[in-house]
Ligand binder design. Structure first.
Ligand SMILES: [Zn+2]
Length: 333
């Protein structure tokens, strides 16, 4: 039976109470970091809205409406997502929503719309959605999902009830992950630290070979610090592994280096397994430079999202890192 994750209980309760009191908002915006299962929460909520005999914990999973949902053919649910191969949600997709909204429910239950990720709507799509938000239909709930709500127009945000999700409690996250991966895994803490306590992200890390790729990239990064590899070669490796994922690694290393520099006590790290090596590497760059490099990483992320050639983005970033390392080496020498 479909239920929400253990770390989503309070958000679920909030909406359940509103539903019981028939005060459910017309538009709900689910926000929070990636990897916490906001999309699954949206699906559970939608199915529960459609369900004929919803339970306090979620949809019944057995009624005819749940069966329609499970078959992917419930006429009162629609999802708006970027089309295959596209990054943005186009205006035509949202215009189609107006038609859906104008229909009446096929059944007695609620109707639901899931828009995910909401920040993928381009400006025209957002404007079109605004009209829908201004004229809500009875018993229809729009569920927007976003991990970058700051990118949404304020006019949209202000018309939604925002439900935010924070990182899971470490114990809760570990218990869940252990159930998923088996209790014998020795790297649960590491996976969760790398995923910033986002359990679904941690599970994903365990499944693909990303952990190995991360070690390889870190080895190369150390070599960059030792002037043993060129930024161009390093960029090539990074793009092969997935530039966005590499930026995430790089960011977590630089944050850890700052933490190691500025804390007398052993700090909590994203990369506890690399502590000694990060400490050494961090000695080559001062904290101010590290913070500047973190801004550069954020900028690089934006460039990638803006379709700049990933090779160029990564090369220019690694050149900046290498310049910092080189300057520090000169100082030491
Ligand atoms: Zn049901």
């Amino acid at each position: 039976m479909r239920t929400v994750y253990p770390w989503q209980q309070s958000q679920w309760q909030l909406l359940q109470e509103a539903r019981n009191q028939e005060r459910l908002p017309h538009a709900i915006l689910l926000t929070g970091p990636q990897g916490l299962g906001k999309g699954d929460f949206a699906e559970t909520l939608a199915q529960s809205l459609l369900c004929e005999h919803p339970l306090a914990t979620g949809p019944c999973g057995e009624c005819r409406y749940c069966q329609l949902y499970q078959a992917g053919s419930h006429p009162d649910l629609t999802r708006i997502e970027p089309l295959e191969g596209k990054k943005a949600i186009a205006v035509d997709q949202v215009r189609g929503l107006a038609h859906f909204m104008s229909l009446t429910s096929q059944y007695e239950q609620y109707r639901a719309v899931i828009i995910r990720p909401a920040e993928a709507m381009n400006i025209n799509a957002s404007n079109s959605l605004l009209k829908t938000l201004e004229e809500p239909s009875a018993k229809t709930v729009l569920i927007l999902v976003s991990h970058q709500p700051a990118q949404l127009p304020a006019t949209i945000r202000s018309r939604c009830q925002e439900i935010s999700f924070g990182a899971a409690q470490p114990e809760e996250a570990k218990a869940w992950l252990s159930e998923r991966l088996g209790p014998d895994r020795a790297d649960l803490d590491l996976l969760l630290a790398l995923a910033d306590q986002a359990p679904l992200r941690a599970e994903q890390l365990s499944q693909d070979s990303l952990l190995d790729a991360r070690m390889e990239l870190f080895n190369a990064f150390e070599q960059l610090g030792g002037m043993q590899v060129s930024p161009v070669a390093m960029a090539k490796t990074a793009v092969n592994d997935g530039a966005e994922w590499c930026l995430q690694c790089l960011y977590s290393w630089s944050v850890d280096m700052v933490r190691l520099k500025s804390s007398a006590q052993p700090p909590s790290l994203f990369n506890p397994d690399l502590q000694g090596r990060l400490l050494k590497l961090g000695d080559l760059v001062d904290a101010r430079q590290l913070l500047k490099l973190q801004d550069e990483i954020a900028q690089a992320k934006g460039d990638l999202a803006g379709n700049v050639n990933p090779n160029l983005v990564m090369e220019s970033l690694f050149i900046k890192w290498q310049n910092c390392f080189r300057a520090a080496r000169r100082k030491i020498a």
